[in-house]
Design a binder for this molecule. Structure first.
Ligand code: C5P
Length: 218
């Protein structure tokens, strides 16, 4: 039998976390943000000054990594780092950290331990392909790079400091390239995932579509 999870994968800036949170709310399920785990691990390694090339130190840091999620807050050693993990510095450094095979092994183990208890909407890049290949519902959410850049730009502008649209677009394309070409767990649609192109859709429409899809194929 399949695992009662919704696996939501897709590129950066497509609105996965907002969508996943809203779908979880609609179903009364929990939401697991695996991107936040990679970000928190990146923050932990930076704070300890761990160089990825120093394997023994990396192993020790990974062995001591204590991550927790409560609702939409993420904790590192008991400290709420929900805002700190969204910094530009973490966003830049998460690419090499999340491409590291050992980092992924450790975080995937943690994700599986969490996901096997209860019902979850899990968002990430490799949830349907690697972490939970037996998830009952797999969605691959996409949108054109331009649509994603426009949304992200608007979001940043609301917060008061948006770089030029072209810069936002370039950053998204850089992350797309890194996520899809890395050797370990590259971003790709699982063979049995349904693809939803949200370029012309509102958040509500995307959430309703996923909830309906889940209800039609429980
Ligand atoms: O989703 P978010 O942008 O917060 O994820 C941060 C980074 O973590 C992404 O750029 C991606 O490289 C990586 N990631 C990953 N596998 C996941 C989730 C995120 O490699 N399951």
């Amino acid at each position: 039998p399949c695992l009662p999870l919704i696996a939501l994968d897709g590129p950066s800036g497509v609105g996965k976390s907002t969508t996943a949170r809203r779908v979880a709310q609609a179903l009364g399920w929990d939401y697991l943000d695996t991107g936040a785990m990679y970000r928190a691990a990146t923050l932990a390694l930076a704070r300890q000054g761990v160089d990825l090339a120093d394997r023994p130190r990396l192993e020790r840091a990974l062995a001591g990594l204590r991550l927790a999620q409560e609702g939409i807050r993420i904790f590192l050693d008991g400290e709420d780092v929900s805002e700190a993990i969204r910094s530009l510095e973490v966003t830049r450094n998460v690419t090499p950290v999340s491409a590291d095979a050992r980092v992924r092994e450790v975080l995937v183990d943690q994700q599986r331990a969490i996901g096997k208890r209860g019902r979850w909407v899990v968002d990430g890049r490799d949830i349907g392909t690697v972490v939970f290949p037996s998830a009952c519902c797999k969605i691959f959410l996409t949108a054109s790079p331009e649509a994603r850049a426009r949304r992200r730009h608007l979001e940043l502008a609301e917060k008061g400091d948006a770089p030029p649209l072209a810069e936002v677009l370039a950053d998204l394309q850089r992350r797309d390239a890194a996520d899809t070409t890395r050797a370990v767990a590259p971003l790709r649609r699982a063979a049995d995932a349904v693809e939803l192109d949200s370029s012309g859709m509102t958040l509500e429409q995307v959430v309703d579509w996923i909830v309906a899809r889940h209800r039609a194929h429980p």
